[in-house]
Design a protein around this ligand. Structure first.
Ligand SMILES: Cc1ncc(C[n+]2csc(CCOP(=O)(O)OP(=O)(O)O)c2C)c(N)n1
Ligand SMILES: [Mg+2]
Length: 289
């Protein structure tokens, strides 16, 4: 069975075992994902490192602890669904899927190449494990509600997790969907907002202030949980708590730092949609050693 760093296996069995990984083991994977994000975008010469790095722990807590999924059977009908609404964070999703065993880790180096299965924004028709083609922001929550309602109609027990950007929440469609989720009491749906405070042009508070963010979600009828989005223990607890909420949807507002883990990328809007140069890749990988 192929192994990933620190003796962690990549296979169906490992994916199931992975759900009992310790926080320390998940922290090792977090560093690996960050290294992949840097190497992939550096090699491609384009991409979105900032918003990929900010959501690393969120995605790890899901794929290595929370989700019921099977990398050898990506279409397993009863799998929990993870929907990446902020589709520009594709490098993060690809890194997590590869580490789980959906496709070879070596394939990550093909990011954004012609004919690669790993395009700059997600394409559910070509990439194993990708649930939604995304990139046009604002649509994932609506899509997730549809998937959650389908599960309910079919008496399936899967849960639907959807990751939004905070800047993405400027989109009116997000709030139409927020209303609909409450109206239809979609309690097999958990939204997570990567609340890194920034979007493409800089700080949200300057571009379009979202405050009071927690209260907005509550006013739309959601159960709201706030966590430090880099603290795996808090994230795991929040996901466990969310499962117990009945009759209404839950949103986890995860406070994060854009570019987390690389000193010159942290809170630097330049790295929203710009790849590191070869020299920057070298520095970043040293920091992530
Ligand atoms: C509908 C739409 N409008 C504009 C864009 C261009 N765009 C790409 S990323 C981005 C900023 C998103 O900010 P946020 O959701 O906070 O993402 P993160 O900070 O997590 O990278 C924008 C405006 C887009 N992809 N889709
Ligand atoms: Mg943001």
């Amino acid at each position: 069975m192929p192994e990933i760093g620190n003796g962690l296996k990549t296979s169906v069995d490992a994916a199931i075992e992975a759900r009992s990984l310790s926080v320390e083991e998940m922290e090792v994977i977090a560093k690996r994902l960050r290294r992949h994000i840097i190497s992939m975008t550096g090699k491609a010469g384009s991409g979105h490192p900032g918003g990929s790095l900010s959501a690393v722990e969120i995605v790890i807590a899901l794929y290595f602890r929370q989700l019921r999924h099977n990398p050898k059977d990506p279409q397993w009908p009863d799998r929990d669904r993870f929907i990446l609404s902020k589709g520009h964070a594709a490098p993060l999703l690809y890194a997590a899927l590869a580490e789980c065993g959906y496709f070879p880790v070596e394939e990550l180096s093909t990011l954004r190449q012609l004919d690669s299965r790993l395009q700059g924004h997600t394409d559910r028709t070509v990439t194993p494990g990708v649930e939604m083609s995304a990139g046009s922001l604002g649509q994932g929550l609506s899509f997730a509600i549809g998937v959650a309602l389908a599960g309910r109609l079919n008496s399936q027990e899967y849960r639907v997790y959807v990751l939004l950007g905070d800047g993405e929440c400027d989109e009116g469609q997000v709030w139409e969907a927020a209303m609909a989720a409450t109206h239809f009491k979609v309690d097999n749906l958990i939204a997570i907002v990567d609340n890194n405070g920034q979007q493409i042009d800089g700080w949200n508070r300057d571009v379009m202030n979202l405050d009071p963010f927690n209260e907005k979600w509550q006013a739309f009828g959601w159960h709201v949980i706030e966590v430090n989005g880099h603290d795996l223990t808090q994230l795991i607890d929040a996901f466990d708590q969310a499962k117990l909420i009945k009759g209404q949807p839950t949103v986890i507002i995860a406070h994060t730092t854009k570019g987390k883990g690389v000193s010159f990328m942290e809170n630097n809007p330049d790295f929203h949609g710009k790849a590191p140069t070869a020299a920057e890749v070298e520095i970043a990988l040293k920091e992530l050693n």
